[in-house]
Design a protein around this ligand. Structure first.
Ligand SMILES: Cc1cc2nc3c(=O)[nH]c(=O)nc-3n(C[C@H](O)[C@H](O)[C@H](O)COP(=O)(O)OP(=O)(O)OC[C@H]3O[C@@H](n4cnc5c(N)ncnc54)[C@H](O)[C@@H]3O)c2cc1C
Ligand SMILES: NC(=O)c1ccc[n+]([C@@H]2O[C@H](COP(=O)([O-])OP(=O)(O)OC[C@H]3O[C@@H](n4cnc5c(N)ncnc54)[C@H](O)[C@@H]3O)[C@@H](O)[C@H]2O)c1
Length: 468
């Protein structure tokens, strides 16, 4: 069989992970991308925002240290004046750039070719890339993967200026920690930035369009985060929708649908992401864009056109780097003739990196009910856990959902420090359809947060075994 030629548009996690799989399978692979490999995820979104949160947590530790008997020199306040924000921002962007270079070195070493520029489908089995000098490169491909990602949603009533009216990627250009940051939108992005800037000492007002922030998360988890945010001095405006935005000198006024306004020194809009599906020549191949702007794909990532696949944020499904990477790999396994499992949408793990973190895997009890799966749930709070007490991390809990009858673990939630790691035993259980008994009987380290995961599973095991 002749070598298959693959062209990938976009070098984020969907694109570069797909490329690595395709070269492993012997294909000739070219990525066309307009910035470094790693894409938005590594250069602007996941990696820098998580690194920013680590720096913000250093402020949290300074706060905690006092209570543990570790003091700052006399008269040193822990407020926004001790943060050299340009240095913090430069560090986190450098971390992303270094990570991008590592990915490029790894990809080039295995033979992935890179064309820097913007690509579009230009004909039958054909892509045209325009590089930064305006030069055009025509590439032929047996299969094309579209992995162009997404960009921050901008609503008609505001225009980001990078100075006081911001979207997420612009926060790294701030000359100092804002005095009063108004964050509009309380999904993952809004909650994470609101958390980080409050920790850095900014006054923060979070404008939330719902009764509870983090509307797609477990409501008990969202409640813990709201309580912690308010205890740290953040203001949350509930059931509040922003409808206008006006700069007034050194202030910005955000008008609310119900009337009134909130005034701050800066506003950060985190109102969702839009798939980057325009101006890439989809009309040439008849690929369909759905109502929410994503490219329609089947369970292995194929569009309406048999030789064009799409993966990652551009499909408008679950917008996560880990999911994008798996979508990209799955598309290549399928295109290159491997036996492939469709993505397990019921086993996706994710984390909101607030403090405490909110990590989730699999189905919620509502999703299980909607799917006709009867579940029993146990919840154990961390306030009795000795490890949690040592680190001052007693806010939060672990929740395990298991199917009645089989005892199979179908989902879970962990709200704690480092929940992003602590969710892994539950993710392994969900992915491999382990039972609560198997989870409960696994020996855990003492003292550890993981001990509570096993204890929660024991509670659930007893409940499922009890006569009903
Ligand atoms: C603030 C923020 C924080 C996040 N944190 C996390 C997190 O902690 N964990 C997590 O799992 N997810 C996180 N996400 C989501 C995650 O960033 C995305 O799901 C992920 O980046 C999607 O990867 P992708 O490969 O689809 O696209 P992207 O990472 O967006 O990469 C696409 C690349 O393609 C390029 N491109 C676009 N059009 C073209 C074209 N025509 N030609 C050539 N190149 C093109 C883009 O410039 C970009 O470099 C976060 C998102 C945001 C906004
Ligand atoms: N840690 C992570 O994994 C992480 C972090 C950040 C983002 N992400 C991903 O990126 C994607 C985008 O996240 P996001 O938080 O930007 O978007 P989102 O769509 O999840 O949340 C945006 C929120 O803004 C609200 N909103 C919209 N218009 C508004 C208005 N005018 N006034 C007030 N509120 C308004 C929406 O109701 C919604 O709740 C998500 O899929 C998310 O999973 C992941």
């Amino acid at each position: 069989m002749s070598t298959q030629r693959i062209v990938i548009l976009g070098g984020g996690p969907a694109g570069y992970e797909a490329a690595l799989v395709a070269v492993e399978l012997g294909a000739d692979v070219t990525i066309v991308t307009d910035e470094g490999l790693g894409g938005n995820s590594v250069l602007w979104d996941c990696v820098p925002s998580k690194a920013l949160i680590v720096a913000a947590e250093a402020m949290g530790w300074l706060d905690l240290a006092e209570g543990m008997g570790v003091h700052l020199p006399e008269g040193q306040p822990v407020d926004r004046t001790v943060v050299d924000f340009p240095k913090v921002a430069a560090n986190v962007l450098q971390l992303g750039a270094n990570q991008s270079r590592d990915i490029e070195a790894k990809s080039e070493a295995v033979g992935v070719k890179l064309v820097r520029g913007r690509g579009r489908l230009s004909g039958y089995h054909e892509v045209t890339a325009t590089d930064q000098h305006g030069e055009q490169h025509v590439l032929t491909a047996d299969y094309v993967l579209i992995a162009t990602g997404s960009t921050a949603r901008v609503l008609p009533f505001f225009e980001p200026d990078g100075e006081r009216v911001l979207v997420g990627q612009q926060v790294y250009g701030l000359p100092e920690v804002p005095e009063h940051l108004v964050v509009v939108g309380s999904g993952a992005t809004g909650a994470e930035f609101a958390h980080a800037f409050r920790r850095f000492g900014a006054e923060v007002t979070l404008v939330s369009s719902r009764e509870l922030i983090l509307p797609t998360e477990d409501p008990d988890a969202a409640q813990v985060i709201e309580d912690v945010f308010e205890r740290r001095g953040m203001t949350i405006l509930r059931n509040a929708r922003a409808v206008s935005c006006e700069r007034r000198g050194d202030e910005v006024a955000v008008g609310l649908k119900a009337g009134g306004e909130v005034v701050g020194s800066h506003v950060l809009f985190t109102v969702g992401q839009v798939p980057s599906a325009s101006d890439i020549g989809l009309e040439k191949v008849g690929a369909v864009v759905n109502d929410w702007g994503g490219i329609d794909v089947d369970s292995v990532g194929r569009t309406e056109c048999r030789w064009v696949y799409a993966a990652g944020d551009v499909t408008g499904r679950v917008m996560l780097a880990s999911v994008a990477a798996m979508q990209g790999r799955t598309a290549m396994w399928h295109a290159l003739g491997q036996a492939v499992q469709p993505i397990r949408w019921d086993a996706v793990a994710s984390t909101i990196f607030t403090d405490p973190e909110v990590a989730t895997v699999g189905m919620s009890s509502e999703e299980a009910a909607a799917a006709g799966v009867p579940v029993e749930t146990a919840r154990l709070d961390f306030r009795g856990n000795p490890r949690a007490k040592m680190t001052g991390g007693v806010d939060g809990f672990v929740k395990v959902h298991a199917q009645v009858g089989s005892g199979t673990v179908v989902g879970g939630v962990v709200v704690s420090m480092r929940a992003s790691d602590l969710i892994q035993p539950l993710a392994t259980a969900v992915q491999n359809r382990l039972t609560v008994a198997q989870l409960a009987q696994t020996i855990t380290v003492y003292p550890s947060m993981a001990g509570s995961v096993a204890e929660c599973a024991r509670m659930l095991m007893a409940r499922l075994d009890a006569p009903r």
